[in-house]
Design a protein around this ligand. Sequence first.
Ligand code: MET
Ligand SMILES: [Zn+2]
Length: 754
Amino acid sequence: MTARPNAFPAATILGYPRIGPRRELKRALESYWNGRSTRDDLSAAGRRLREATWRRLTELGLTAPPSNTFSLYDHVLDTAFMLDAVPARYRTADDVYFAMARGTADVAPLPMTKWFDTNYHYIVPEVGPETVFRLADDKPLREVAEARELGISTRPVLLGPITFLLLSQASAGSPDGFTPLHRLNDVLDVYAELLTALAAEGVDWVQLDEPALVADRSDEELAAVRVAYERLGGLSLADRPRLFVSSYFGELGAALPVLAGCPVEAIGLDLDRGHDVLARHDLGSLAGKTVVAGVVPGRNVWRTHLNGALEALRFLRGKVGDVTVSTSCSLLHVPYDLDAETDLDPALRERLAFADQKVGEVVELARLLAAAPDAVVTAPPVRRRPPAPEAAPPAERSPHAVRAAAQAAHLRLPPLPVTTIGSFPQTGDIRAARAALAAGEITADRYEELVKAEIERAVRLQERLGLDVLVHGEPERNDMVQYFAEHLDGFAITRHGWVQSYGSRCTRPPILHGDVARPAPITVGWARYAQSLTDRPVKGMLTGPVTIVAWSFVREDRPLAAVFDQVADAIRAEVADLQTAGVSIIQVDEPALRELLPLRRADQAAYLSWAVGAYRRATSVAADRTQIHTHLCYSDAAEVLTAIDALDADVTTIESARSNARVLDDPAMAGFGRGLGPGVYDIHSPRVPSVAEITELVETILKVLPAEQVWINPDCGLKTRTYEQVEAALANVVTATAGIRGREPQVLLRSCDN
Ligand code: MET
Ligand SMILES: [Zn+2]
């Protein structure tokens, strides 16, 4: 790869994981938060990780690797901090940055939400008319200098101004009609200052990430894109580095001609998700710019089909001239290195590429592209997608009214039944037992005894507190998806495949690589044991097909809809077996229903119909008198309410305590015709809600929903809480419910309870 002066490197990546190959950052953060180390220790840990990353990327063949892709918590938070968008209430905290991320004893943290359609979560900045922007932190410059000391020049990566503002929320008290985008000009002042400072440091190129441009954008937003990049690109090349605006997670759509018309030197296209862009007639408008072609998928763990990628690169080169090989997005969303996975089946390993292998792929593709400079592909390469399967119509259950009557007669529950979402606290003992089993230090029989003891503890507690529908507490599960993946054919589990979810939190997504099937019942033994301990109904507890797929790395050689159906069939077999074992209530959780929702509205209906189809396929084997529950964790359920409704579960539990049941203000919510349990206990906080608070919340709910539809439950599972907190909180939930039942018995009496 010979460098032309000021040319963009021939191969690059948009970003790299930062948590550390052995989760070093997680350890460093947690030790700092627990007061076991200093801020300096934490900074030193960060420096070591950055150094290791730049050295590794250089060794793998990248020139000018990206910098400023590291973050102590989140890159959106870093951007807010850098621009001094720090709400006043955090300014007096000892550590302002972490106060915004995690809150303090006095102030709640900024909200956190999902980064587009990934499992990464970012901190939502707050921007108001009063925010005074200034360049308050020089992190991008510091990282450039730090790398240079190692003899490595880097390309700093910044979150673009448009995406930053579109992801921000208006601060409380902003006037009606205000949106953060109204502050664009002020934010651009700071970006301009930063660009000038970077140029003074000798930086050649800077990357501005604008993933928000792959979602539907209004004319006003597109106009803002033009304003931003005419302004920044309009700076003279003495005062700024060359600008590379990267888009990812989909196609640029209407933003493509806008960006193409701006004085920026390079534009990044996601050719994995946005492969169809190759057929666009306006690609020629990119001539004269460097096109950074994201042909190596950054979001999955599969090897790239090098021939197909090369064909796309050659076609693009024929259209636009200067082409660089890249990943489709940052590699933040994949594990570091396949070489660490020595236990994986070699045949599967052959098919996989983690971050380091993907770096190898971009380098190899750049070599192949350069090796035949005249090779041009003239017709846009079409991606050979596997054919869509025949859509099998979802099997139907009887109408809800019929089921409700059968269930009422069978279950004979009191009005406002009290239940929980599934998990009880995961004690240190049960985690230790699982580790001991994995290490071969205890036998499977001993492990079973320990799990049974935990189940009994949870069941006895629920009986003593007076809950109406019990759970077994899920002590046997390390994670609600991994547990099922470990028991189904077609999945592999990695050892070190951690991916950052937020802050210090990581998940290890299973790899769904083959045909999914259930070789044997998974949960039936535990469910049967739990039910044998009590006369009250104990819910069977399963993870739904959509969530299993959403939280795994999924094969791409079959259509997604077909994969959903296979997973659905496995769960359906489990539902059938639970039912045969005498379980009368089965909960099939779908907390990830919204996660795979496509970013563009036009694609959403098709996704929701597969997702809903898979859920119904999994649950429609339930007899009328078997009550199907589902659980979703978020409060803005209204967004996918039609889909939730279409799941056709008999009872749906959602989060609502955190938002004071505001979820019910949505008019759509009032039309929801089946059982609904808006959470009355916020399990995300160690606080124990009082009887009065819970009573008030239930009363708010009863103003909107007919009492015979209402269930009383926490917001989500209890696994992250302690037994002490859970016992106190659930006791208050039961007391509050009993008070309300006592007060309004006639209203609450169910027609079937005569
Ligand atoms: C993220 S939703 C969690 C549902 C699961 N049944 C639990 O209680 O833990
Ligand atoms: Zn939940």
